[in-house]
Design a protein around this ligand. Structure first.
Ligand SMILES: [Zn+2]
Ligand SMILES: [Zn+2]
Length: 273
């Protein structure tokens, strides 16, 4: 199993020179298991992944499962720019998201509606299937199980746990600590995972001073979650747009004083299990 980060930034893309070592594209993580492709979130990193898939498959159709945690811009903004959706009518994309707030299909139609985008959803010729998911467990492919849980975020957000024989990856971003029920649920979702990708948008002091109620976590809470869930490796994710590379370097250093297996997600970073 191989995991690759295509977008690691939270809230909005930040293509600024002081951010480029970790990267300025918003949330998108790709997992390959055998011939299957699993994609978590469609921020602007999704566009770059699309180019990679085009060059890899060329004229050949392919299929992928796409899990969308919620519909804030930084998790959907890459969809209209994902070229494989336009290319090949024989390619198949299975989108999984909760329709508790809205269906993903409606979100896609709305984000491409006039006058916000020059082409409509019906220009996307690839086959698209939309699956409504709620908290629980589903089979998504050969030997692959997906567990989902609700996270603590304005308008809701889902966390995902992908289980295969090679290992377990948990993608849990956009989650604020402090609600007993959600705190427990995210620890359960992360239990014993090989890799935990977790929201570490703020510094703890920023969170305390002026970011309570904004729906995000900080590195100190991320360390709590990895230690209390028994997950093995922590990947700090959804970096704040105002955190430059040196700020993130410092966060990683401090976090390692509490837990040794911590890294910050960076565009292009790969993990093999
Ligand atoms: Zn976000
Ligand atoms: Zn959000």
């Amino acid at each position: 199993m191989r995991l690759k980060f295509w977008g690691v930034r939270g809230s909005t893309p930040t293509p600024q020179v002081e951010n480029l070592r970790y990267g300025g594209n918003t949330s998108c993580v790709e997992v390959r298991f055998g011939d299957s492709i699993y994609i978590f979130d469609c921020g602007t990193g999704f566009r770059v992944l699309g180019h990679q898939l085009e060059s890899e498959f060329g004229e050949r159709p392919f299929s992928a499962h796409v899990f969308v945690s919620h519909f804030h811009w930084d998790h959907i903004q890459g969809i209209p720019f994902f070229r494989p959706l336009y290319d090949n009518p024989n390619s198949q994309f299975s989108f999984h998201s909760s329709s508790r707030v809205r269906s993903l299909k409606q979100v896609m139609e709305e984000q491409m509606a006039s006058p916000y985008f020059p082409v409509n959803l019906d220009q996307m010729r690839a086959e698209q299937n939309f699956y409504d998911i709620d908290a629980g467990r589903i089979e998504v492919g050969d030997g692959v199980k997906l567990q989902t849980a609700w996270l603590n975020h304005p308008q809701g957000c889902m966390g995902f746990r992908l289980e295969t024989k090679d290992g377990v990856i948990v993608y849990a971003t956009d989650n604020e600590p402090g609600d007993a029920g959600f705190d427990k649920a995210v620890r359960k979702l992360a239990e014993g995972a090989d890799v935990l990708i977790y929201d570490a948008q703020y510094l703890p002091e920023e969170y305390e001073a002026r970011r309570r109620g904004w729906g995000h976590s900080h590195w100190r809470e991320a360390v709590n979650v990895v230690m209390e869930s028994g997950a093995k490796e922590l990947i700090l994710f959804h970096h704040d747009p105002d955190h430059s590379d040196p700020v993130i370097d410092k966060v990683v250093k401090e976090a390692r004083n509490h837990y040794p297996k911590v890294r910050a997600a960076a565009e292009g970073m790969e993990i093999r299990l």
